[in-house]
Design a protein around this ligand. Sequence first.
Ligand SMILES: C[S@@+](CC[C@H](N)C(=O)[O-])C[C@H]1O[C@@H](n2cnc3c(N)ncnc32)[C@H](O)[C@@H]1O
Length: 255
Amino acid sequence: MQKHIHPKITLVGAGPGDAELITLKGIRALRSADVILYDALVNKELLEYAGENVPAVFVGKRAGNHELPQNQINELIVQSALTYGHVVRLKGGDSFVFGRGHEEMEYAAQHGIETSVVPGISSSIAVPELQHIPLTRRGVSESFWVLTGTTRAGELSADLHLAAQSNATAIVLMGLGKLAEIMSLYQQAGRGRLPVAVIQNGSLAGERIVVAEVDTITEIVQRENIGSPAIIVLGEVVRSHPAAQLRELVVAECN
Ligand SMILES: C[S@@+](CC[C@H](N)C(=O)[O-])C[C@H]1O[C@@H](n2cnc3c(N)ncnc32)[C@H](O)[C@@H]1O
């Protein structure tokens, strides 16, 4: 007898990398998936929650290496739902934070597919937190901004110019390639002594952190060969990092 197909998509945030940082609801969704479409920053261990013979398709994108254009991902989601039934779209961190999750959900809904979303722990919050850097702290920082270093047009976001003028903690995703330009914005705003942390592979084996100041961080990150994925945290809260004696450089290998 042919299986009755009920096309639907669940967007699941996989968390920042450590497989244990997905939600219980996310695991339940994976267990009931008929097909999984997953991104580059997703921990592959999570695929073990899928049922036997459930296909898991890599549709990830990494900077400069686009495996599949977004419109083809959208189409694949719809076709997979019509072919298999329940599609779990597994994305790094939270799907709605620089994840294009909402676009995918909208596209699927426009094609008559039932949609739901399971929030994930965004790297923007978890990665600094795992390094004991609070994003807000009484008397130090009253807010935090999550920004992208790389806009669609390849330019620095206008919001970064505003962030450089603000006391808010700035968490910059996808910014490593533009680190020098971002630091130059802060220097122009007279913030050369502001503490900065750059954290690579947060929550994973091989996690590394460099803590320095706006004036010095770019050179140190290059020298220490810090690569992607990485998050830049700018703000006085970085002084809360346990090792931060900020006149000195701190480079720590974690795990
Ligand atoms: C396309 S964005 C997706 C963000 C994701 N939706 C989230 O909420 O974490 C990818 C960027 O997130 C940051 N990122 C994600 N996971 C990370 C990790 N484990 N360690 C450091 N940075 C990470 C990096 O800046 C990376 O370039």
